[in-house]
Design a protein around this ligand. Structure first.
Ligand code: ZN
Length: 67
């Protein structure tokens, strides 16, 4: 089960969003390439997903104490 803190962390990362590293356009989650410059977002999305997982605590996260 997700804790409130985990849910909050996901929402923070989600609303933080992404920007295209090529042209700076904002990126909607779920898009696979930039609408402006057609840059492939695979790497960006993978980093973003990694931040989500980090935010959930994983093996060394800060939320573990609350469980
Ligand atoms: Zn772009």
């Amino acid at each position: 089960m997700a804790t409130d803190e985990q849910v909050q962390r996901v929402l923070e990362v989600y609303y933080d969003g992404l920007s295209c590293t090529e042209c700076g356009a904002s990126v909607r989650i779920g898009e696979y390439e930039c609408a402006h410059c057609a840059m492939d977002f695979e790497v960006l999305l993978r980093e973003w997903a990694g931040r989500l997982v980090d935010g959930l605590g994983g093996e060394e996260g800060g939320v573990r104490e609350n469980m």
